[in-house]
Design a protein around this ligand. Sequence first.
Ligand SMILES: Nc1ncnc2c1ncn2[C@@H]1O[C@H](COP(=O)(O)OP(=O)(O)OP(=O)(O)O)[C@@H](O)[C@H]1O
Ligand SMILES: [Mg+2]
Length: 275
Amino acid sequence: MNKSADYDGPILEIDRLSISFFTRMHEIPAVMDFSTTVMPGEAMGLVGESGCGKSTVALGVMQDLGVNGKIVGGSIKFKGRNLNEMSDEEFRDIRGNEIAMIYQEPMASLNPAMKIGKQLMEVPMIHENVDKDEAYKRALQVVTDVKLPDPERILKSFPHQLSGGQQQRIVIAMALMSKPSLLILDEPTTALDVTVEASIVELVRDLGKKYGTSMLFISHNLGLILETCDRICVMYSESYCRVWCLRLVGHAAIWSGFVVSIPSLNMTPVMTLAR
Ligand SMILES: Nc1ncnc2c1ncn2[C@@H]1O[C@H](COP(=O)(O)OP(=O)(O)OP(=O)(O)O)[C@@H](O)[C@H]1O
Ligand SMILES: [Mg+2]
């Protein structure tokens, strides 16, 4: 059963979030006044130019800002609960179990010295205390779900025996093992070639629907986001961030009653996204 079944408010609510990195002399504002929501079962796209703070938002949600990063304003709520007010122990239980993240570089998320099967089986064995047989069954199921050929052989392989695209499918499988309520994808396909990228995007879209997982999909590729998401947020870096939340209807995006053009789809501009 999906973990969001008992909660019907927004899965993720980011309200006027500001995050800075601190050096000895300076404060570097990375995210300023950013707000968005992700509803149950919804895929929210987050696009924006390089350096505007997309990854920092994701790391903020994962409470993984390193020693010099800090939330300096606003709040992040997961299923109505403020992450900042949770104890480390409470959040540890949520991270990797209820919220999972997929990074750009698949090998960063895989243990090179451990067979794929063991890595996948560890997720439910640690988080849900399930036995080995049940964990193996689930691992086999997710590897089948991410459409890898010969799942039994894949489970016996080490990460380096797989291609980049196959490794990324395993990372997606691993993220889905715990059936998270929220999956954050930070540029999950930029390390892959275009055809593999298209198949991964299709996979993510289908699995999101199958598992009922809400998604925050980060990319600088608007076309990719349009293929996958129900709504998009456009994030700009300037002295402050402007955010447009758009509802996607077919290939048009509606924002406050206006239709916004998407140039890559060759649509007539009714309103352009201008600064
Ligand atoms: N650990 C850090 N220390 C200092 N500054 C940082 C750190 N991480 C990020 N920044 C700064 O925060 C800003 C936002 O960076 P971030 O990585 O979130 O951008 P992004 O939108 O994900 O960019 P890209 O599309 O290139 O991945 C940048 O100006 C970056 O230099
Ligand atoms: Mg980034």
